[in-house]
Design a protein around this ligand. Structure first.
Ligand SMILES: Cc1ncc(COP(=O)(O)O)c(C=O)c1O
Length: 377
């Protein structure tokens, strides 16, 4: 039976550059050779760090010294390492958007952190609410260890924080002397309009920690990401690293692959993803345009679909399962797992045809799961 996989943030398998990567692998292994008998160390393969520093510098229009870039086994390692390094005990507070990446929620909760949520709108984290939250936490004598935020192509909502709000956020964080973790895992998965500057580019304080990844421009199976921070923060974070470093094998292959084709590869994959996003928009408009609203992300891999309160979420998930439709239930992204009337639709992995056929099918499921609709029928 056909599967409609709109579940997780994966890249397009049809355009995965298998042959070019195989060539890069053979080149890379010859290049690094017996270097592989050594442990990589905290920073990782220099060649890839240089390419990623140049990537960030070009997009952000700032200088990014290679000494500030440390490779990670996926950006998730950076997300976790930051908490391990900055938390001082369990019950420490971390401030995040009320809706955020489920992996981060799981990781921080398992480290014993208490997540305090800030509401967000179509422009990301609401800075007025952040200021209130920080004020209250300071008054109680429990300032957060850091603020974790997804300012760009927010997961799950797809929101994009405009520059003006970014500057306000930095101002508030500075006022409360708060560290900010800016997770830009989807950086460069951009379809149209302005690319807003990262918090790291707008503020040269060591209190801004920036996280990047190759997962969304190549594939999460590669497990290569990175963390960028200025001294003395980077050393403080790496002090808690005990894994021997990021795979030089994986990093050297990525370096050989991306050396001359980073931007052309990104342009190719973004064009495919943009078509898929547009096909989701069309399918939603056709099937649930009368009852749902959804985000209009200019990048990333997710569309956040808000449905009416009377949609029975358990029934909806059962109907989807019967039809082999995989989507992420809204509550997985709520820091307290509140059953919000929404779902996250990922459009990177499914084929264009599966999106054209599957999204209207998902729409039907939403219509069928309405309790009032069944009363009326
Ligand atoms: C916001 C965010 N951060 C981090 C990650 C982890 O990605 P990586 O594969 O680079 O570890 C993801 C994966 O979906 C994500 O959405």
């Amino acid at each position: 039976m056909r599967v409609y996989d709109f579940g997780s943030g994966r890249t397009d398998p049809g355009s995965f550059p298998t042959e070019a990567l195989a060539e890069a692998a053979s080149e890379a292994v010859r290049e690094v050779g017996a270097e592989l008998v050594r442990y990589p160390g905290d920073m990782g393969h220099l060649g890839l760090r240089e390419i990623m520093a140049a990537r960030e510098a070009k997009r952000e229009g700032i200088e990014v010294p290679v000494e500030h870039v440390a490779l990670m086994n996926g950006s998730m390692q950076a997300v976790t390492l930051v908490a391990e390094a900055l938390m001082q005990g369990s019950d420490d507070i971390i401030v995040t958007e009320e809706l955020t990446y489920s992996g981060t929620i799981g990781a921080y909760k398992s480290l014993g952190a208490e997540l305090v949520g800030v509401p967000l709108d179509e422009e990301g984290m609401r800075v007025d609410a952040l200021a209130d939250t920080l004020e209250q936490l300071h008054r109680k004598g429990t300032p957060p260890r850091f603020i974790y935020t997804l300012t760009t192509y927010q997961n799950p909502t797809g929101s994009m924080m405009p520059k003006a709000r970014r500057l306000e956020l930095l101002e508030v964080a500075r006022h409360y002397d708060a560290i900010i973790v800016d997770d830009n895992c989807y950086g460069d998965v951009h379809f149209e309009g302005v690319q807003e500057p990262s918090l790291y580019a707008l503020d040269d304080s060591p209190n801004i920690i920036y996280i990047g990844s190759l997962s969304k421009i190549l594939g999460p199976g590669v497990r290569v990401g990175y963390m960028v921070a200025r001294p003395p923060m980077l050393a403080r974070l790496l002090d808690r690293r005990h894994d021997g470093g990021n795979s030089v094998l994986a990093a050297s292959i990525c370096a050989a692959f991306f050396r001359d084709r980073l931007w052309s590869h990104i342009a190719m994959t973004n064009a495919i993803l943009k078509d898929k996003r547009d096909a989701v928009f069309a399918g939603l408009a056709e099937s649930v345009g009368d009852i749902c609203t959804w985000s209009r992300p200019v990048g990333g891999m997710f569309i956040w679909v808000n449905f009416p309160e009377d949609v029975d979420r358990n029934h909806l998930m059962a109907l989807c399962a019967e039809r082999n439709i995989m989507v992420a239930r809204g509550r997985s992204f709520h820091i307290h797992y509140e059953d919000v009337p929404a779902l996250r639709l990922a459009f990177g992995f499914a084929s264009l045809q599966d999106i054209r056929d599957g999204v209207p099918l998902l729409g039907q499921c939403i219509q069928m799961a309405r309790t009032q609709a069944s009363v009326l029928a």
